[in-house]
Structures are given as C-alpha cells and as structure tokens.
Ligand binder design. Structure first.
Ligand SMILES: Cc1ncc(C[n+]2csc(CCOP(=O)(O)OP(=O)(O)O)c2C)c(N)n1
Ligand SMILES: [Mg+2]
Length: 335
C-alpha cells in the first residue's frame, strides 16, 4: 500500500462532515436492517459495514447523475452518497411496491436507479465489469465526457469476466475506473486462496493499466485516489484499478455464520479499526466535529432510519397482476 499523508486537511470542513454524515447514515440503516432480519421481518441482508469510508470517498469523486455507476451488492454507503434514499432502500429490503431498483423483483441490494445512472447488476459476481467497459465504450464513441465507476470484491476479480473487461478497457483506453473493495474474504475463502499475488492492484501490470492500493478505512484517501483515476479517464488517459483495503465487519450476508471460518479475536481486531470511529476521532481532533454536532448527526440518522422503516412497513406489496410487467411485452401472444 502506498504511504498516505493525512489528506483530511485538503478537503473543506463541510465536505468532511458530509462524508462523515453519509457514513453514519449508512451504518445506522445497515444495523437496523440486521435487526429487522433477526426479527424475521425481512428475508435477506448483505452489509456495507466496514466498507463505508471507501464507498463514500469514491462516490463523492463522481458527478452525481452524469457519470455512470455499475456497483455491486455491498455498496449501500456508495448508493446513499449518490443520492439513493433510506426510504428507497427499505422498500427494497421489504420487497414493497414502488421499490425503485426492480419493482421488488430482484434480491435486495441489487441497485438500479435510472435518475442516478446506476445500472442494474446480476447476482453472478463480476458480470458488472463487462457492462462497465461496454458503457465506457459507448461514452467514448459518442464523445461524451462522462466516466464509469464499477466496484467489485477482491474475490470476484478472479472471475474471467473481470479480466476480459479490464483488458478490453486498457486496450481501448476506455473512461472507466475499476474500484476493488478488498476485505480479504470471499464469503469464507481467504484472499490467499483466491489469488497468488499480494494485491489486486498487482494484476494491473499484466493488463497494461495503472493500479493503486489505498487505505479504504480513510474516506479522503479514497476520494483522492478515485478523483485521480476519474480525471485520467475523463481526459482520455484510460482506465485505472483502485484497490481499497477495507474491513468486512459482519458475516458475508444474513445467510452466513462466520464463526465457522474466522476467530472472534480476528473480528475484534477489525472492529477496533472501525472506519466510522477513525473518521469521527480525526474530525474531532481537527475541531471540525464537536460533541454536540456528533450527537445531532447520530440523532438525525436514527430519525431518518426510523422514518424509512415506518414508511416501508406501511407501504403495500406489489399487486400480483404486476408480477410479469415489464418482464414480458404487454401484447404477448398467449398460446
Ligand atoms: C460466478 C459466481 N460464483 C459464486 C457466487 C457466490 N458468491 C456470491 S458473493 C461471493 C463472494 C464474493 O467475494 P468478494 O468478491 O471478495 O466480495 P465481498 O462479498 O467480499 O465484498 C460468492 C462466491 C456468485 N454469486 N457468482
Ligand atoms: Mg471480499
């Protein structure tokens, strides 16, 4: 990992506070969703906890609604930073009518928001990468100045699709950033069993593009790395791999029990380096965040999360008659 100086000072206090707010909002929403799952009120949750700093730092380096984002399932904090709302998220986890990602057809956390240029992805990992390169090719052919950011876990960079997408983007110098959220695990499989190199960024040399590894627990550090990659992409310099080192502080998903493959000591050590606490302490040391402001941030997050839960709880389920729309054409011929 590159040595990182303290970048907090490069950003305006309001930007640092916005980053912190988004991280807190995501965390409270995420934790509340685990509770709903354990209460038997929802069927599934996959968590962003420990990845928030990397995701918020990355999202804030983009032009919201103009650049394109092809994310993956762990990107709740990124989605909130791009303008997705807690109410929209809760409609999704509860499978309610009006859920914007897929009309309550897809699994939760399979983001797709037209107004924000966030493109639907598959549960099949790494398939988002060729989509990102394809969108970047279209941008280049049209002469637009948008860029594409696609994100992925480190384990999924072992998939053929990822290599093909990165290789192709490098050949054609496409305006795309390949962000990697490296939490060292692909469900239960440690990084050493996924790849023979030390870092995903090391793969860049063999594909002919720049690759960097940065501290994903530090939002301003990620913000700078993604900003540099975005400006290279926007100015015709081609793609970059930006690998962010993060902590998966929960089991893989609500269907997983990580006690079977990692010790509680390992988990406690990760939790001691919680990106939310690191950011809070830095902002307090800098005098950007006061105790009162911190209390207000926490109260506001709690309020917005509870409003979202109430809203989605009261929302109806989709009508049965909506089930096939828009999967099949309206005027299909029945036999
Ligand atoms: C092609 C394919 N193989 C396996 C799976 C099952 N699966 C879903 S998530 C996942 C782990 C991915 O790990 P990683 O890419 O490191 O992302 P993380 O969940 O750690 O953020 C696996 C194996 C899948 N969805 N698609
Ligand atoms: Mg992983």
């Amino acid at each position: 990992m590159e040595a990182q100086e303290d970048l907090q000072v490069d950003l305006k206090p309001e930007t640092l506070l916005e980053m912190y707010w988004l991280m807190v909002l995501s965390r409270r929403l995420d934790e509340r969703t685990w509770v709903l799952h354990r209460q038997g009120k929802i069927a599934f949750h996959i968590s962003s906890i420990g990845h928030e700093a990397a995701q918020v730092g990355a999202a804030m380096a983009l032009r919201r609604g103009q650049d394109w984002v092809v994310p993956y399932y762990r990107d709740l904090a990124m989605m909130l930073a791009l303008g997705f709302t807690p109410k929209e998220f809760m409609l999704g986890v509860m499978g309610k009518k009006g859920e914007p990602n897929s009309g309550a057809r897809q699994m939760p956390s399979h983001w797709s928001i037209r107004r924000l240029n966030i493109v639907s992805h598959s549960s099949v990992v790494a398939t988002q990468a060729p989509h990102a390169s394809g969108i970047a090719l279209a941008i280049k052919m049209r002469g637009d100045d948008a860029v594409v950011l696609t994100s992925i876990g480190e384990g999924s960079t072992a998939q053929g699709e990822w290599y093909e997408a990165v290789n192709w983007a490098a050949i054609h110098r496409l305006p795309v950033v390949f962000m990697v959220e490296n939490n060292l695990y692909a469900i239960s499989v440690r990084q050493e069993r996924q790849m023979a190199v030390e870092q995903v960024a090391d793969k860049a040399a063999g594909l002919g593009l720049p690759g960097v590894t940065v501290d994903g627990l530090d939002a301003p550090v990620v913000h700078r790395a993604i900003t540099e990659a975005v400006s290279r992409a926007r100015s015709g310099g081609g793609p970059t791999i930006v690998e962010t080192m993060v902590h998966r502080m929960t089991p893989h998903s609500s269907d997983d029990d990580d006690r079977s493959y990692r010790t509680r000591e390992e988990l406690e050590a990760l939790k001691a380096q919680d990106p939310l606490h690191l950011q809070r302490d830095k902002l307090m040391d800098m005098g950007v965040l006061s105790q009162d402001a911190e209390r207000e941030v926490q109260e506001r997050a709690k309020r917005e999360v509870e409003e979202a839960v109430d809203f989605a709880t009261r929302a109806p389920y989709p009508e049965v008659s909506e089930a096939s729309y828009p999967v099949y054409a309206e005027d299909r011929i029945d036999d």
